[in-house]
Design a protein around this ligand. Structure first.
Ligand code: ZN
Length: 221
């Protein structure tokens, strides 16, 4: 059984993300993993008004435990992330600017040092129909060495060692997409060089600032 605490974490996360404008109506879903069980939002729930009985429990094979409403149609996306990465929470949104970015750009290059908390340039997972294994596979690949990604013509995903962290990462991604949109409107955005990124990571380690993931994997373009 997932604990009441896990259920309430999901409820609080949904209310916060809705208040911040990232979850709109029934769009999006949130989960937290506790051992070999996952507490996940039910399909059709208005997330800003989510109640504890709209958080359902599944095992890692998507079998529902303990009854209640049907889990989100993106349950395979959540379980595929848990199968691949050592994280305890997944947040999927149709946040407006992140979704716009998923439609308009091929990636978000490294334009701000805070972005390194998400692991570097933000990938856009290629489009596939919602709820399908194809979509889950593509999104899991886009998350390699990252704590957030965009899903083409669909939305965003953020992961974390805790649900609070995943929520922060979803908010950071929406902020980043907003800044990138505004920078594109003003001119040609400059990106941080690989050396600049490495210096940020060294400074962060020296100051124990946040939890920057690891050195960026790619050359900056
Ligand atoms: Zn979605």
């Amino acid at each position: 059984m997932v604990t009441d605490d896990a259920v309430h974490q999901v409820v609080r996360a949904c209310h916060r993300l809705a208040a911040e404008g990232l979850l709109i109506g029934t769009a999006g879903n949130v989960s937290v993993r506790v051992g070999d069980r996952v507490a996940v939002t039910a399909t059709g729930a208005v997330l800003g008004e989510l109640t504890a009985d709209q958080v359902v429990e599944v095992d890692l094979d998507a079998h529902q435990v303990g009854g209640g409403p049907v889990p989100t149609s993106e349950v395979y996306l959540h379980l595929s992330v848990y199968a691949q990465y050592d994280v305890a929470a997944v947040v999927h949104t149709h946040a407006p600017v992140s979704t716009a970015a998923s439609i308009a750009v091929g990636e978000i290059p490294v334009i701000h040092y805070q972005q390194l908390l998400l692991g570097g340039a933000i990938r856009v997972a290629p489009y596939a129909t919602f709820g399908t294994p194809e979509l889950a596979t593509r999104v899991v690949a886009a998350l390699e060495h990252r704590t957030a990604a965009l899903m083409a013509n669909h939305g965003s995903i953020a992961i974390g060692a805790t649900l609070d962290k995943a929520v922060e990462n979803a908010l950071l991604l929406e902020w980043l997409c907003t800044v990138y949109r505004d920078a594109l409107a003003m001119g040609k955005p400059a990106t941080l060089t690989r050396k600049q990124q490495e210096d940020v990571i060294a400074a962060a380690i020296a100051r124990n600032y946040g939890s920057v993931q690891q050195a960026p994997q790619e050359e900056n373009r």
